[in-house]
Design a protein around this ligand. Structure first.
Ligand SMILES: NC(=O)c1ccc[n+]([C@@H]2O[C@H](COP(=O)([O-])OP(=O)(O)OC[C@H]3O[C@@H](n4cnc5c(N)ncnc54)[C@H](OP(=O)(O)O)[C@@H]3O)[C@@H](O)[C@H]2O)c1
Length: 237
């Protein structure tokens, strides 16, 4: 496990814990000895993970979830990984406003709600890591993903400013920005679009969930103590 500031197991809170990258991060973090609390709307049991049902786009549910986190972690809360996210592939003029609302609510507001509630707890403990999820689709302005990319651009901008506010409290805030990884999120994205994103990467291969865990794990490690306000592009852009 990444060496952390003392020997007692620390607690990670991971949103998007029911599927995809969030679930992989939960499973790997358990293997590495972390206490793990997972958030998702659908509570899918996973060995070693305490799941809390929570819609991250609903502020009251996020507040309630972090009250539970505070009780469960008993001062050991160290890392918040905001992996919950949704996407929809559509030309912007054809995108229903309800879809725009949903994407911005979950990806941007959900990240902010969890960061605010989690950040307060971490600041009190004067140490911690917040890791938010962006996407390479934002960096390359991928056609058909205007709303999704904008929500993630918002996440990057929010993370930079929040990092400044949290620096004096011993808490770093960064983003990881993966290219395509096979999960439900991209199951309906045409192969041509996937190839286009991978073609923009410096290292032109599709990432796997373990590559994302490696980036997250690096940011959780003591070696990353001065890395903050940054975006780690997985595959490079
Ligand atoms: N896969 C990729 O290619 C890729 C590339 C770049 C960035 N990303 C980012 O990586 C993150 C994880 O994506 P993924 O590929 O793992 O997606 P995924 O397989 O579709 O899983 C999404 C997760 O987010 C949760 N979620 C969705 N809406 C939620 C809500 N309102 N409240 C709480 N949880 C919610 C889902 O749980 P429930 O449905 O149970 O709530 C699920 O656990 C996202 O932020 C995504 O934008 C993914």
């Amino acid at each position: 496990m990444p060496e952390i500031s003392n020997q007692t197991p620390k607690t990670l809170v991971v949103s998007g814990a029911s599927r995809g990258l969030g679930r992989h991060i939960c499973a790997r973090a358990v293997e590495e000895g972390w206490n793990v609390i997972g958030l998702a709307r659908n509570v899918e049991p996973l060995a070693g993970v305490h799941m809390i049902a929570c819609d991250v786009g609903d502020f009251a549910q996020v507040e309630a979830a972090f009250r539970e986190v505070k009780k469960l972690a008993k001062g050991s809360f160290y890392g918040l990984i905001n992996a919950a996210g949704i996407a929809s592939m559509n030309l912007f003029v054809l995108t229903p406003y309800t879809t725009m609302d949903r994407i911005v609510r979950v990806n941007l507001l959900g990240t902010m709600y969890c960061s605010q509630q989690g950040g307060k707890l971490l600041a009190r403990q004067r140490e911690g890591r917040i890791i938010n999820f962006s996407t390479l689709a934002h960096s390359i302005a991928l056609k058909g993903e205007a709303v999704y990319a904008a929500s993630k651009g918002g996440v990057e901008s929010f993370s930079r400013t929040f990092a400044r506010e949290m620096g004096d409290h011993g808490v770093t805030v960064n983003c990881v920005s993966p290219g395509p990884v096979d999960t439900d999120l991209i199951a309906k994205v045409p192969d041509s679009n996937i190839r286009m994103i991978v073609g923009h990467q410096i290292i032109q291969r599709k990432a796997v969930a373990e590559d994302v865990w490696d980036a997250v794990s690096l940011l959780l490690s003591p070696a990353a103590k001065l890395i903050t306000g940054d975006v780690l592009h997985i595959g490079g852009v």
